[in-house]
Write a new protein. Structure first.
Length: 223
């Protein structure tokens, strides 16, 4: 469930303008070989101001982005209008609930969660991954980047549920609820994709004292 705190975040905080290397690598490895890139359809949930969508548009792919924040969608739309004027011929943006995606079954060749699902409880997260699987084609790909158990902020502040916190410190403090994923829970969390690989991404802050740990989960829709 989308938390309205993100409306303030998107309005008041400058955001990254470019996709991360891991997302670029995922798209390149899976889809750069296609001669007609507009035939590849990619969905990003929790797309925010649209850095990943901007990349997809520039690379010629078809795409859809959905976010609960109207301000985020407005920012994404303005950037795309300014930099890629023809984007609407193969892209769309939506304000909506990622637990109830407004797309037909088997629509997308890939689905992207770049630190969106972690904002949700375990139960809601399972539902979101199931929705992502529903709209993914057979053989389609999953990219999910999420905060891991043990990352700075885990087990601080107010406990809201299983591995689910309103953090009192770390990079997620002041940004609503945060759920921290354990490796051993991934199979139960993501039920309708085959898990192809799980990589751990780490960086440190405060001169190496605090660790930010994320899991990069890549999968394939098998049925």
């Amino acid at each position: 469930m989308w938390d309205p705190v993100w409306e303030d975040v998107f309005i008041n905080q400058s955001w990254g303008s470019y996709p991360g290397e891991d997302l670029i690598r995922f798209v390149a490895r899976n889809f750069y070989r296609h001669e007609v890139r507009s035939n590849i359809h990619v969905l990003e949930i929790g797309c925010g101001p649209g850095a990943n969508l901007w990349f997809l548009a520039r690379e010629g792919f078809s795409f859809a982005g959905i976010d609960g924040s109207a301000s985020a969608i407005e920012l994404a739309s303005k950037r795309l209008d300014n930099e890629i004027p023809d984007w609407r011929s193969r892209g769309s943006l939506h304000v909506g609930d990622v637990e109830r995606l407004p797309f037909a079954n088997s629509t997308f060749d890939a689905v992207i969660d770049n630190e969106c699902i972690y904002c949700n409880s375990w139960e809601s997260s399972v539902d979101i991954y199931n929705e992502m699987a529903r709209v993914t084609k057979h053989g389609g790909k999953l990219f999910s980047r999420t905060f891991a158990s043990g990352s700075w902020g885990d087990s601080t502040g107010t406990r809201l549920g299983e591995n689910f916190w309103l953090c009192s410190e770390g990079p997620l403090c002041g940004k609503g609820p945060a759920r921290f994923t354990k490796r051993e829970d991934i199979r139960n969390l993501i039920q309708n994709f085959r898990i192809d690989t799980v990589e751990e991404l780490q960086r440190t802050e405060l001169h190496g004292v605090q660790r930010i740990i994320e899991l990069l989960i890549l999968g394939t829709k098998e049925s």
